[in-house]
Design a protein around this ligand. Structure first.
Ligand SMILES: [Zn+2]
Length: 419
């Protein structure tokens, strides 16, 4: 089966001259004004906006027609994602947007100039066009070279302004082959006590989960704790600008950790034959927050959603498909005993089944339940209760042998040695 994989390669606009920066800034203001103008029609239909507003937009805004169209798409995207997460009485106020250039309004090429070989030419409006030198980091350069050789298709370029500096985000696409019939189901779930939990189930022995692994997200907790503390101190002194700057820094540090974890999860999945990654669909997650305010989940949910996105991108690059489960399919997974199917209340870190007596790490139990659900929908194995897999180790992990309490980000807890 063919799937589209996407990557984003970021380059920095390298020492542009002042006039070019001014032209970019001017265009950006115009573009932002246009996005807000489109938003004022409060429509999520691209065709409605095109039929009713496009001609007017061409009169009112001095922008390239391709930019007028991407601004419309942006407005629709902003509105859709706002409605997904909106809370009562909240007002949509777009703050940070990027400018999207599609194939009709940019050109990217490599020249023989040694210092700045990469040049991005943007059509801004009917008369204006700027050519900008772009510099890449080592890894990004490799990918952009790959793309220039035809290994990737150039789609759009998002121009992003951060701290007064312009960056070009190249969105590249290619088609990858993923197995039609996977042989291993890898479930990645968020837990109550862990940022993420993974378990694998193989087609050849579907009644026995193979390997559990935990990512506690300790580093992320620390980053957040630290920045939260500094922010409170600054707020006392009313230094709003500084607070904002720190927010960005904190986000980038958290992202970095999430990338590390996502890479480890992909490496985990890759050790199994023909893996497919399965995760819970977390759309509309804000609503859950209200119900579970006191739970740790609230703390972990947002980074976990981001983690899912990173996992999905990275997995596709390795030819691993990612599937999402509906809410219905993941219902009660945390309260159900994965061995006997009994539904019980859970307290603390361990799931203790009042019916069959099984004691199990709570997050891993939920993860195994999700895997079982997927498994039966794929027609693997029976609906018989699963074998009591390696209980001696699985049921009561000893603290020193890598229990979830003792493990840190990325540490492995091999409850079930691969058979
Ligand atoms: Zn039980």
């Amino acid at each position: 089966m063919q799937k589209d994989a996407q990557v984003c390669v970021v380059g920095k606009v390298f020492k542009p001259n002042r006039l070019k920066v001014l032209a970019l800034n001017r265009t950006f203001n115009e573009y932002f004004r246009l996005v807000k103008w489109y938003l004022s029609f409060n429509s999520k239909s691209k065709s409605f906006l095109h039929e009713n507003c496009y001609e007017k937009a061409k009169e009112l805004f001095n922008l390239n027609t391709a930019l007028i169209q991407t601004a419309r798409d942006k407005a629709v995207e902003i509105l859709k994602s706002f409605e997904k997460v909106k809370e009562k009485n909240s007002i949509l106020r777009p703050k940070r947007i990027s400018m999207r250039f599609d194939r009709r309004c940019y050109r990217f090429s490599k020249t023989t100039n040694v210092l700045t070989p990469y040049w991005l030419t943007l059509s801004l409006n009917r008369r204006e066009r700027v050519s900008l030198p772009v510099a890449f980091g080592e890894k990004q350069k490799q990918r952009i070279e790959e793309a220039l050789r035809g290994g990737w298709e150039f789609t759009t370029v998002e121009m992003v302004k951060r701290d007064g500096q312009w960056y070009a985000h190249f969105i590249l696409k290619k088609s990858v082959e993923v197995p039609d019939e996977p042989e291993t189901v890898i479930t990645i779930d968020r837990g109550e006590h862990n940022l993420a939990v993974a378990v694998a189930i193989s087609k050849s022995n579907p009644n026995k989960p193979i390997k559990g692994r935990f990512w506690r997200g300790q580093e992320i907790k620390q980053i957040r704790g630290l920045y939260g503390h500094i922010r409170r101190k600054l707020q006392e002194k009313s230094r709003v600008g500084k607070v904002k700057e720190l927010k960005g820094k904190e986000r980038r540090k958290v992202d970095q950790q999430l990338h590390i974890i996502a890479n480890q999860i992909i490496a985990y999945a890759k050790q199994f034959p023909k893996p497919v990654i399965v995760m819970e669909n977390l759309n509309g997650i804000r609503q859950n927050f209200k119900k579970s305010k006191k739970l740790n989940k609230r703390f972990h949910s947002l980074p976990f959603r981001k983690l899912q996105i990173y996992i999905e991108h990275k997995a596709l690059l390795e030819g691993i498909e990612v599937r999402y489960l509906t809410k219905k399919e993941t219902r009660n997974t945390s309260k159900t005993c994965h061995r006997c199917g009994h539904v019980a209340q859970v307290k603390g870190r361990m799931f203790k089944c009042p019916k069959c007596g099984m004691e199990y790490d709570r997050d891993l139990n939920a993860c195994i339940n999700i895997a079982h659900g997927v498994m039966s929908s794929m027609g693997w194995g029976s609906c018989e209760p699963p074998e009591p897999a390696d209980e001696g180790i699985g049921a009561k992990p000893t603290p020193n042998a890598g229990s979830p309490q003792a493990s840190t980000v990325g540490s492995s807890l091999e409850l079930f040695p691969p058979s």
